[in-house]
Ligand binder design. Sequence first.
Ligand SMILES: [Zn+2]
Length: 258
Amino acid sequence: MTTIGVLADWARQVGGDRVEVTALLTGNESPHTYEISPADVKMLADARILFRVGLGMEEWLDPAIENAGNKGLTVVEAATGITDVIRGDEPDQAGNPHIWLDPQMARISIDNLVRALVSIDPKGESLYRKREAAYFAQLDSLSGAISAELVSLSDKKFVTYHDAWPYFARRFGLDIVATVEPIPGQEPSAKELARLVDMIRSAHIKVVTTEPQLPSALPDMLAKETGVKVVVLNPLESQGGYIDALGRAAKTLADALR
Ligand SMILES: [Zn+2]
């Protein structure tokens, strides 16, 4: 089992026919505030591996793991071994959890899963390792394609709705100058919004990204006030696979910035 669809895609990529994968989040539910169902807990009770992001994103999962009472469950965190976690201003925070949006850091997360697969299914080791190497090559191609798409942009500044893209921005040299809603689910005050409008004007920001699962009132208001372009990027997209989805997101962003 995985939490988000991206992790399910990675699990299928490396696991092939030896794994059966189900994601808890099947659509665009928020991975920060997902409400787990009794059916989910039942599935957790039967799973061998639970692959989650970590960094405090899926706090709703901890009581469910306890309730499932599955002694044979191996919990794998995508964030384990990632040392350059982006942290906010508050020192007690675990760090920004949207690590999967950096296709190079993805290698560390995928390798965490492969090691768990090998430990419970040693016969599959050569297959897992072979598929992992093939997927890493695809991740390299993706990174190269995204770099090529973004490198020539003269304007790399944008504003995001929620703070999902800092790892992507760091990898590809983009500049996220502000976030509309720094804490997921907590709308900014009128004063914070006024400050944001001023900043968008003075820094000549041309693009604000939003997400299909978020309300569009604030981005629409920013567009009306400042003329900024609203672009929908879905950080949870795994339709057609992570590689295609992230490539499409990069292209959408590049087109808007251009
Ligand atoms: Zn998020």
